[in-house]
Design a protein around this ligand. Structure first.
Ligand code: 6PG
Length: 469
């Protein structure tokens, strides 16, 4: 068969994506900068080797593909992507499609798309979620770029994507950087959810002295209920695992310094530029950064000894923890979707938020049973375009917020850090007050800088207070 699709970059994600494509019956031409990797990859591909065509360089890759070519790049974000594009281009024809399937900064995607369009090529920024397993057997795929380019790719993309009740978890999100932006926000929500789960773990571990294994059991049980999700499922597995070398719980042997490749940070940076503040994601990025400052925390542990008195300790209710996590998770998703809406308005993407929720129902890291309800909520009339205001979510929050309040209060009193859970609650409590405390901020601004304010009783924007009279 003729090969139409090529793939550059046989790292873990690229290799598994290539196998997935081949497994779905499409021949793939593969290249890797360190060329020895190419032959090893094909030699280990078993039955699929027949559909994998090695290319030692870009000239060979271009020659092996039938135009219009579609070439997936799966290399490290940033400079390496530009380098591959520059080297690849001289071998391509106008109309060929270059696809960046890595986790790109959507600003780079917009720039690359515009530049390549000027030169007559098509560029697709494709967010792929699901880790190694997803790449091999079905990821969730968020595509950005020209709709005609997606129309040409959709057969392959939808074949390799995860399926939710037979519906492929892949869709065209919008032009230029829309796909990579949706993927970035997916990761922001992922950061928030992981952090909230870690905070609940911390309460059970440090606050209540339970063993990792016992806590793993609790998460395992929760995964049968409304918290059902990939992240809760793997949390149970991680907590129940034992280190084969020492026999200790694996989680006790892992250094508590969180890594981050940048997508959470990008989410927050872009949100701030759009005048948004997804507080749960901000808190999660902050918590990862704080965790990385371990030497300082070790010094501080010896100095900041004020501890809550035993008389202030409050009993923990397991039902509270489950519902608190549910409430905070809903708020995290809601903030992520509000950010998508803001970006869509700013960049004229016309994003379909129910479609984004639908393609996150399977394959991706934040898949959870809530996403079906979220997709439904966005298909219906949604007050304020804000997920937490959907009638179904109002009901869930009415039930779960009191638990979140108790958990956040107990944690504060007991000296347990819960930055994501508490920022979820702070957002919720701010949201539910039609009139808050910003009048005072405006008064202060006007006092020291004559910045002016609006009045509640008259039109106009430049009123001043009686300060200093
Ligand atoms: C996914 C993951 C994936 C990857 C992130 C992790 O959706 O499959 O989000 O993209 O695991 O790069 O990001 P950090 O290294 O920043 O945690």
């Amino acid at each position: 068969a003729e090969a139409r699709i090529g793939l550059v970059g046989l790292g873990v994600m690229g290799a598994n994506l290539a196998l997935n494509i081949a497994d779905n019956g499409f021949p793939v031409v593969v290249h890797n900068r360190t060329t020895s990797v190419i032959d090893d990859f094909i030699a280990n591909a078993g039955d699929l080797a027949d559909r994998l065509v090695p290319a030692q360089d870009y000239a060979q890759m271009a020659a092996a593909l039938t135009p219009p070519r579609a070439i997936i790049i799966m290399v490290k974000a940033g400079g390496p992507v530009d380098a591959v594009i520059d080297e690849l281009k001289p071998h391509l024809d106008k109309g060929d499609i270059i696809i960046d399937a890595g986790n790109a900064d959507f600003n780079d995607t917009r720039r690359r798309e515009a530049d390549l369009k000027d030169e007559g090529y098509r560029f697709v920024g494709m967010g792929v979620s699901g880790g190694e397993e997803g790449a091999r057997h079905g990821p969730s795929i968020m595509v950005g770029g020209a709709p005609e380019a997606y129309a040409e790719l959709s057969e392959i993309v939808e074949a390799i994507a995860a399926k939710y009740q037979d519906v492929p978890c892949a869709a065209h999100m919008g032009p230029d950087g829309a796909g990579h932006f949706v993927k970035t926000v997916h990761n922001g929500i992922e950061y928030a959810d992981m952090q909230m789960i870690a905070e609940i773990y911390g309460i059970l571990r440090d606050g209540d002295g339970r063993s990792p294994e016992a806590i793993g059991e609790i998460f395992h049980e929760w995964n049968q209920g409304p918290l059902q999700s990939y992240l809760v499922e793997i949390t149970a597995e991680v907590l129940r695992a034992t280190d084969p070398e020492t026999g200790s719980p694996m989680v006790d042997i892992i250094q508590d310094m969180a890594g981050q490749k940048g997508t959470g940070r990008w989410t927050v940076i872009e949100a701030l530029k759009l005048g948004q503040s997804p507080s749960t994601i901000e808190a999660a990025v902050a918590a990862r950064s704080w965790s990385a400052g371990k030497p300082l925390r070790e010094t501080a542990e010896g100095l900041l000894k004020e501890l809550p008195g035993a008389e202030t300790a409050l009993p923990l209710l397991e039902g509270d923890l489950e519902r608190a996590l549910l409430a905070a998770r809903i708020i995290g998703y809601s903030q992520g979707f509000s950010l998508l809406r803001a970006a869509s308005d700013e960049f004229d993407w016309n994003l379909d938020l129910s479609s984004a929720a639908e393609i996150w129902r399977a394959g991706c890291i934040i898949r959870s049973s809530l996403l079906d309800d979220i997709a439904t909520a966005f298909r219906e009339d949604l007050p304020g375009d804000t997920l937490v205001l959907a009638p179904s979510f109002v009901r869930m929050l009415n039930d779960a917020i009191p638990a979140l309040r108790r958990v956040v209060s107990q944690s504060a009193i007991n000296g347990l850090a819960v930055p994501a859970l508490s920022s979820a609650l702070a957002y919720y409590d701010t949201l539910r007050k039609g009139r808050g405390t910003a009048a005072l901020i405006q008064g202060q601004r006007d006092f020291f800088g004559a910045h002016g304010f609006e009045r509640t009783d008259k039109d106009g924007t430049d009123y001043h207070g009686p300060w200093g009279q």
